[in-house]
Every structure is written in structure tokens, then in C-alpha cells.
Design a protein around this ligand. Structure first.
Ligand SMILES: NC(=O)c1ccc[n+]([C@@H]2O[C@H](COP(=O)([O-])OP(=O)(O)OC[C@H]3O[C@@H](n4cnc5c(N)ncnc54)[C@H](O)[C@@H]3O)[C@@H](O)[C@H]2O)c1
Length: 443
């Protein structure tokens, strides 16, 4: 059992903290959002993630997980400290590392204060500071430099990079059963600690240097984005020649060298990771003298998919002014309530700018979307959203949208028309009910 601190109680921090506690470590999770911490102390989760609430409750009841607002206390008690704060994009698309810097400075100051305060403080203390957040390559160097400048004499420390690959919606499974764990370390001591803390996890650990570990995360996310944009570019070809993108992707993806995963045509990628990581990597590559043109195109194709949906709406409705449109799905993907950079935001804003009246439904993300777009109607079920609508636009592939009574929906709409932004529904079935159906890259 190790004493571990996790800074940041967001999607990555909280899942990491709960899973490390499940592995038997004593974990303290800190966040500077005091309301979030107070709620967590009352076992109120800050976001929806399947299985997380149960895991947190179990860990807290076994006294293996606790929540605090004070970073100083965490620094004092935890030998291993994971930094899992946000790294949002700046207006130029670079990764904003100010939270990482702030935490690093606070850690150094807290450790100095601790040494000064405690008469019987051990002469030498050791801390392993781990970058869990997604950061550009060379961030580890900055963390190290900052700690060297500000930390007390007698502090021995290692910096390590341990990027997280979990996906929202299946985050716990991804953490506990990963394809791989990537760890960038510079000392044998740090390597041994990682072997120990992850010994309860079956996935292989790939040890690298810090820079390579940092790079693996950005390179992986950019490759996933590239796969999606490649599928979307092919969808455009399919629309022009009358081929079916779903069959094309299946035929390609069954080749093990290519794989079906992330080979999906639709409204494009969104969320808090892929768009910002692609932008940050493009920006970093430019800074180091290698303009990564291929990734610029990936971004351009992705933006185009959002506009494509709006174009399809116009093709079906002619003028949008006063037309009622039902939006099914607001989260950037199913099984999450996260709407950060969700394609739905840009699409809804474009439609309302042209005068459309939006009634939106999502099983989980309505409350979060209300904060981003307050001035549309939100419905508690998809039938209500579709009633009297001129068109339904499906933007998130939640399973419930496959299980609806489409006969009932057809009867309740002004004209039964549906744009399937995820190629999620069965076109033949919908046409059988009398719907005018439009997918992406297929008839
Ligand atoms: N969300 C994902 O699916 C995912 C997956 C893999 C990697 N990542 C990466 O992990 C990092 C965190 O992502 P997230 O989705 O958990 O972000 P998030 O914004 O949900 O959470 C970050 C948390 O850090 C806290 N924080 C910020 N500054 C702080 C400070 N100075 N002291 C204490 N707490 C502070 C915030 O209050 C917030 O609760 C990002 O770099 C992200 O790119 C995210």
C-alpha cells in the first residue's frame, strides 16, 4: 500500500483516485473547487460516469479514499502525487499549462513550508510527481526545473509522465483493464514505484523516457482523430458516387492492420480531448519547426462535418425560420453527460441563428447543455422533442434512440424526416415507417 495524492477531481483525477484506492492504496484527492470537494465528501459525484459512484462509496467506506481542498496537506501526506488538472486550449489552440504550473509551484511551496514547520521533519523527504494530465512534450522538463528552483533543500524528487488513455463512459474499465500503461521515468526508484502501484492491473506497462511518454499521448489522440477524419472524407466520396460508407468502413476495418475502432463517419469528433489535443499538437509541432500539415487537414475535415449536418438540414427544410427541429443527443458521445466541444453546440447555434426553433433531448447531458445554450427548449423524453417537429436530427448515438417507437414518432411529427448524424439507425426500417432519412455518406 502506498500513500498517493491526486490533484484534480475531474474525470481523470477522480477515476484515477477511486481506481488506485480499489487497488488497495491510500488515496487523497484534492481540488481547488471547494464546492466539488464538499459534495464529494457527501458522496455527490461531480459528473456522470458508469460505476464511479459505487467505487467511490466503497473506497471511502474502507477509508482508502478521502477528499480535501488543501494541497499542502496532500503534499505532506502523499509520497506519490499525480497531477490531473485540466490542460484546456488557449485561444491560439496551444495547451494552457497554467494549472499545471500553479500546482507545481504550490507543491514546492507546501513541501518547503512543511520542512520549515516540522521540527522533527525527516532530513530527506522523497516525492514522485507524476504528470497524469495530457501535456505537450517537454512539460516534464518545466515541472522538474520549477521544483528544482522552488523546493526545499533535502527534497529528493522524481518527475514522471503517466498519460491517461481512459474514455469517458467506460473510464473505470479502461483504467483497470488498459491496453497498456505508459510510464516515462528517469530513475530506477520511480520505475519500481510504478511497478508496485500498478501491480494489481493486468495490462502491460511500457516504460520509456519522459519525453516519449508525453509524445505517445498526443500522437495517439491525433491518430484516432485522423482515423475519424479519414472515414469522414471517404463518406464525402461515397455521397458523390452513391456508395455506402458503412459497408466501405466495415470492409476496411475487418483488415486487422486497420481495425474497426474509431473508423466512424458522422458529425465528427468532439469532447474535451481530441479537438484540444490535435490543436495543441499542431501548435507544438509548429513551434519546433515542423508544421504538421496532415493534422491541419484532420481538423478541417472535422469542422466540415458539423457544417455538413447544417447543410443537410437546409436541403430538407429549405428555410429554417420558424421550423421546429428536434435534436436527439447533446453529449459529445453516449454514456456521458459531458458536452465540452460537443458537435451539438455548433450545430444548434447555427440552426438557431437561421431562425429554427430547437427542442432538445439527451438522457444525461441536458443540465450541462443548459449552461452552454440556455435559450432553447429541453425535453425529458425524445417523443416530446419530436412532437410537431419538421425534422429530427440525431447527434449522439445513445442506445435508447434505437429502441423508440418510430410509428408513434412519425404520427406526432409535422413531416417525418430524420437526419442521422451518427449513421446509427437503420435507414430501411425508418423508410419503411415512411420517414425521409438522411445519413452521412450513405443513402
Ligand atoms: N476527460 C477525459 O476523457 C480525459 C482522458 C484522458 C486524458 N485527459 C486529460 O486529463 C486532464 C484532466 O482532464 P479532465 O477531463 O479530468 O479535466 P476536468 O477539467 O474535468 O478536471 C480538472 C480538475 O482540476 C481541478 N483544478 C484545476 N486547477 C487546480 C488547482 N490549481 N488545484 C487543484 N485542482 C485544480 C479543476 O477544478 C477540475 O476539477 C486533461 O489534461 C485532459 O486532457 C482527459
Amino acid at each position: 500500500m502506498r500513500n498517493i495524492g491526486v490533484i484534480g477531481a475531474g474525470h481523470v483525477g477522480l477515476v484515477t483516485a477511486a481506481c488506485l484506492a480499489k487497488l488497495g492504496h491510500r488515496v487523497t484527492c484534492a481540488d481547488n473547487d471547494t464546492e466539488k470537494i464538499e459534495n464529494l465528501k457527501k458522496l455527490v459525484m461531480p459528473f456522470y460516469e458508469p460505476g464511479l459512484e459505487e467505487l467511490v462509496k466503497e473506497a471511502v467506506s474502507h477509508q482508502l479514499l478521502s477528499f480535501i481542498s488543501s494541497l499542502a496537506k496532500l503534499a505532506e501526506e502523499s509520497e506519490i502525487i499525480f497531477i490531473a488538472v485540466g490542460t484546456p486550449p488557449t485561444s491560439e489552440g496551444r495547451a494552457d499549462l497554467s494549472f499545471v504550473e500553479q500546482v507545481t509551484v504550490e507543491l514546492a511551496n507546501s513541501l518547503s513550508a512543511m520542512k520549515g514547520r516540522k521540527e522533527n521533519a525527516p532530513k530527506n523527504i522523497y516525492r514522485l510527481i507524476v504528470e497524469k494530465s495530457t501535456v505537450p512534450v517537454l512539460t516534464g522538463e518545466w515541472v522538474k526545473r520549477t521544483l528544482e528552483l522552488l523546493s526545499p533543500t533535502g527534497l529528493e524528487f522524481d518527475v514522471a509522465a503517466n498519460p491517461e488513455f481512459l474514455r469517458e463512459g467506460c473510464a473505470i474499465k479502461d483504467f483497470m483493464e488498459p491496453d497498456r500503461i505508459v510510464v516515462g521515468v528517469e530513475s530506477e526508484r520511480a520505475r519500481k514505484i510504478f511497478e508496485e502501484i500498478y501491480s494489481g492491473i493486468k495490462g502491460p506497462i511500457l516504460f520509456t523516457d519522459i519525453k516519449s511518454a508525453e509524445l505517445i499521448k498526443h500522437a495517439s489522440n491525433c491518430f484516432l482523430a485522423l482515423k475519424i477524419s479519414y472515414a469522414n472524407a471517404l463518406a464525402q466520396v461515397c455521397e458523390r458516387v452513391g456508395a455506402d460508407i458503412e459497408k466501405v468502413l466495415e470492409g476496411m476495418g475487418l483488415d486487422k492492420r486497420i481495425g474497426l475502432s474509431f473508423l466512424r463517419a458522422g458529425v465528427g469528433y468532439g469532447g474535451s480531448c481530441l479537438p484540444k489535443d490535435v490543436a495543441a499538437f499542431i501548435s507544438l509541432c509548429e513551434e519546433i519547426g515542423y508544421p504538421f500539415a496532415l493534422l491541419r487537414e484532420v481538423e478541417k475535415i472535422n469542422q466540415g462535418q458539423r457544417r455538413l449536418v447544417v447543410k443537410k438540414v437546409r436541403e430538407l427544410l429549405w428555410n429554417l425560420k420558424g421550423k421546429q427541429i428536434a435534436i436527439w443527443g447533446l453529449a459529445f458521445k453516449p454514456d456521458t453527460d459531458d458536452v465540452r466541444d460537443s458537435p451539438a453546440i455548433e450545430i444548434i447555434n447555427s440552426l438557431t441563428r437561421e431562425g429554427a426553433v430547437i427542442k432538445a433531448h439527451d438522457p444525461m447531458a441536458v443540465e450541462n447543455m443548459k449552461k452552454v445554450i440556455p435559450n432553447i427548449s429541453y425535453c425529458s423524453d425524445p417523443y416530446e422533442a419530436a412532437r410537431d417537429a419538421h425534422l429530427v436530427v440525431l447527434l449522439t448515438d445513445w442506445n435508447i434512440y434505437r429502441q423508440l417507437d418510430f410509428e408513434k414518432i412519425k404520427q406526432s411529427m409535422k413531416i417525418p424526416r430524420l437526419i442521422d448524424g451518427r449513421n446509427f439507425l437503420d435507414p430501411e426500417k425508418l423508410r419503411g415507417y415512411g420517414f425521409i432519412y438522411r445519413g452521412i455518406g450513405r443513402k
